[in-house]
Design a binder for this molecule. Structure first.
Ligand code: UDP
Length: 484
């Protein structure tokens, strides 16, 4: 909450300038990549967001001609392999002590439970390291802002949960953290109050390697690590970006040794934020081991999960926290499905939103729609494989998992700024649509279920966009870099 107050105070008197100049920066979020014919003013459902997008769109038009081609296009992994002296994937650059057999590499992963995605990505990375290099690494997940900083910075998770339910608050914070001057103020405030605590914990952990899977774990940790090495950072630092179609500029620090990006638009943003091409690697978003293998037989999974077999099914999810207007969407979808002549099924995953689970548990639904209400599930891969369509807020983790499972996606909500690029990712790859209107969502999904050809096409498109090997590729890339 304190975060919100600070953001509000800093914003007073500057909101107009901030938004306009932020729009003119047009560096972040991928808006500059928008083509004229793909601009849809109704795309965003909140006016502030729409205005920001319009401004960014206008400035993308006016700026485009001024960019040199090298500024426009970051080289791909393949291009890098051909650049003499380039540090492409698979090239060892460090002869670290733990590259000797018998010496374990102590790795600290910086993350925060702002949503479920960062932890899920961190766990995926740990699992991939342990499978590929058993006994060579030792891991610890560190929610450094939450447990090793001071108020208000240690309320990050609570602030996120509040902001996720109040998108105007999110937008306020996002724009502030995007605009260089307010970002600088936040970073300096964070450093002033948390530098010593960060240093104490990093000295205590004494890692051989630091991996960040969170946008707010670049700037200050890198400064601290540099100070620990008396002006020259000795501990390798790797960023794995866990956003998908767009990413906040705080993800990108040119001082990081390697930056793993999941998609072309995010690669472009990193490049524009001055991350050198030789540090940039693109493999996809890290997902948990359950998603690395093919799903089992659909009907058997349905039986195992307690679903009715061979009935067309919709899976409704709202990220790890069960947010994004889940209740309204759920009720609209069930109502619409109940009008179908054939029986239908809906599985609602409430995540950690216990209040919503209880509310839905206490409700009764039309007899021809079989409804299963779940809390937080640990087998999302099975639920995705057992259902025909997914409705979700535009969380990057859920979208990446859906692509791998080949389940068409109806996006129902997004966090302004952070998740807007994910809408493009789904639509441009041809495996889903977006609407904020529960009635349109319900109609769209119902039409898809009645059109097996369309479902099949979208499912195939999803699989093409899916990157089941991403986690292992990233882990190989980091190990090669370390010389392991
Ligand atoms: N998730 C899960 N069980 C649940 C709800 C969500 O394992 O009950 C996972 C989901 O599969 C995904 C992550 O939580 O990996 C949510 O990440 P995403 O980036 O989609 O959204 P966030 O919660 O970070 O906003």
């Amino acid at each position: 909450m304190e975060f919100v107050i600070i953001a509000g105070v800093i914003q007073i008197g500057a909101i107009g300038i901030t938004s306009i100049v932020s729009a003119f920066r047009s560096k972040s979020n991928g808006w500059r990549d928008l083509k004229e014919d793909s601009f849809d003013p109704d795309f965003c459902f909140r006016s502030a967001s729409r205005n920001r997008k319009k401004l960014r769109y206008l400035c993308s038009k006016s700026k485009k001609g001024k960019l040199s081609s090298s500024q426009e296009l970051a080289p791909t992994n393949e291009d890098q392999a051909n650049i003499p002296g380039s540090r492409a994937a698979g090239t060892s650059v460090r002869n670290t002590p733990f590259s000797q057999p018998g010496r374990k590499c102590k790795c600290t992963i910086l993350f925060s439970d702002t949503g479920g995605g960062h932890r899920a990505s961190a766990q995926a990375v740990v699992a991939a390291f342990e499978r590929a290099y058993p006994g060579r690494y030792e891991f610890e997940l560190l929610d450094i802002w939450r447990f090793h900083s001071v108020k208000p910075f240690n309320t990050l998770v609570e602030t996120y949960q509040f902001a996720a339910k109040n998108p105007w608050v999110w937008e306020l914070m996002y724009v502030n953290a995007d605009f260089p001057i307010t970002r600088f103020i936040f970073q300096e405030l964070g450093s002033t109050f948390s530098f010593k605590k960060f240093q104490a914990i990093l000295e205590e952990k004494a890692p051989d390697l630091v991996i960040s899977v969170h946008p707010l774990c670049q700037n200050l940790p890198l400064r601290v690590l540099k100070a620990m090495g008396k002006g020259r950072r000795e501990i390798p630092f790797v960023t794995i970006v866990t956003d998908l179609g767009g990413a906040h500029p705080t993800w990108f620090d040119p001082d990081a040794d390697q930056v793993y990006v999941p998609s072309g638009p995010v690669r472009q943003m990193a490049f524009r934020e001055r991350v050198a091409p030789k540090q940039l690697l693109q493999y996809g978003l890290p997902v948990r081991p359950d998603f690395w293998k093919e799903a089992g037989d659909k009907e058997e999974l349905q039986k195992k999960l307690g679903m009715k077999e061979s009935i067309k099914s919709v899976l409704v999810v709202g990220g790890g926290d069960g947010v994004g207007g889940l209740k309204k969407v759920t009720l609209a979808v069930i109502k619409r499905l109940s009008k179908e002549t054939e029986a239908r099924q809906a599985v609602i995953v409430c995540g950690s939103n216990k209040k919503l689970k209880k509310e839905l548990d206490d409700m009764s639904f039309p007899a021809n729609v079989s409804v299963l209400v779940q809390g937080f599930v640990n087998n999302m891969d099975e639920w995705m494989a057992a259902c025909d369509v997914l409705i979700t807020k535009a969380g990057p983790g859920t979208i990446a998992e859906a692509a791998i499972r080949g389940i068409p996606v109806m996006l129902s909500n997004y966090l302004p700024g952070q998740e807007e690029g994910n809408l493009d990712f789904v639509r441009e790859n041809g495996f889903g649509e977006y609407s904020a209107d529960p009635l349109i969502i319900a109609d769209t999904v119902s039409n898809w279920l009645n059109d097996p050809e369309k479902l099949d096409k979208m499912s195939k498109n999803a699989r093409i966009a899916g990157r089941p090997t991403a986690t292992n590729d990233i882990v190989q890339g980091i190990s090669s870099f370390l010389g392991i």
